[in-house]
Design a protein around this ligand. Sequence first.
Ligand code: URA
Ligand code: SF4
Ligand code: URA
Length: 350
Amino acid sequence: MDRSNPVPVQISASEAAQGAQQWLRMLAQAGATMLPHLDQSVSNSPSEHWSDPWSDLWRQVIVVPEPSHSAPSVTAQPPAIPSSASPTRQQEIQPPTRSSPAGSSSAHSAPKNPPTASVAPVETTARPPLAEPSRTTPSPNLKSVIQQVEKAALTTYRDWDDPTRVIQLRQLEEQVTACTLCSDLVKFRTQPVFGVGNVRPRLVMIGEAPGVDEDRMGEPFVGASGQLLDKIIAAMKLRRQDVYILNTVKCRPPQNRNPTDTECLNCRPYWEGQLELLQPEVIVCLGAVASKTLLQTTQPVGQLRGAIHEYRGVKVVVTYHPSYLLRTESAKRQTWDDMKVVMNVLGQAP
Ligand code: URA
Ligand code: SF4
Ligand code: URA
């Protein structure tokens, strides 16, 4: 993200009238909850809560009245960007048609084609490189808005509304809520902790089992480990809400003991169902319980990390558990190396 662009920016009334506003508004509608960087660099709004960065960006755009003697280049020329009335544009921002969601191979491949072309300001067939001059000359301010939108789009994840997936995840969550398979765990749990995050994630992170804080809050990684995980995610230039976070075992083991093999086996269908619905591009296994269970291996984390593994066709990267990192400061560097591999897979330069 180019932080040199001053915000808020102003664009002229005629530019807005000629379609820029509609275009940006439409991006706000089509745009996602998953836009790394944009909210921090554009709006300075806290990124802890769910936000819509496209809208945040739009709120930074101030439309100023045209001076009476009328501005030169901007008004004289057609808009640099098509208005939302353009049929091509409208067609482009339609959410992709979905076939049966769970397990279908088309659903799996869908997230691998980010909709970068749909936000190109001029060309409609292919996305022009950022440096390519547009055919008209918008004001520097409008240019800056366009550049920010474009750059954001480059790091955008496809995150169209997906009510089907949300409903299916909720149905699965209801099953988990009602599950009493592990007698040792149900005695002590406050609630099962299903998982949280973006329903169209490129990246899924899977931990071990809820701790005391997670058990109380009903959300994974909200305690001390969670705070470290948040830092790891931020270092990857992502936000917590960009990824989906879940655990191998949904109920807190008493005294924070490790989950047993039986408990891992009992809970397996739940995270398998989640991954099937989420169809991420990369899965990060945090610690030994997740990596051993997912990859069905007895190898320790130290031997599994440093390579890209596979779970049902999805890339898997193994790293240390955040709670291990809290005890073993020196391992943080290795986890960062592992996260760089993940960023590389996601096409994100560290
Ligand atoms: N450790 C985990 O493995 N998962 C959590 O949700 C919290 C701590
Ligand atoms: Fe059910 Fe999983 Fe909880 Fe065991 S850990 S009771 S399988 S939800
Ligand atoms: N042992 C490890 O080597 N890594 C972990 O994350 C946990 C235990």
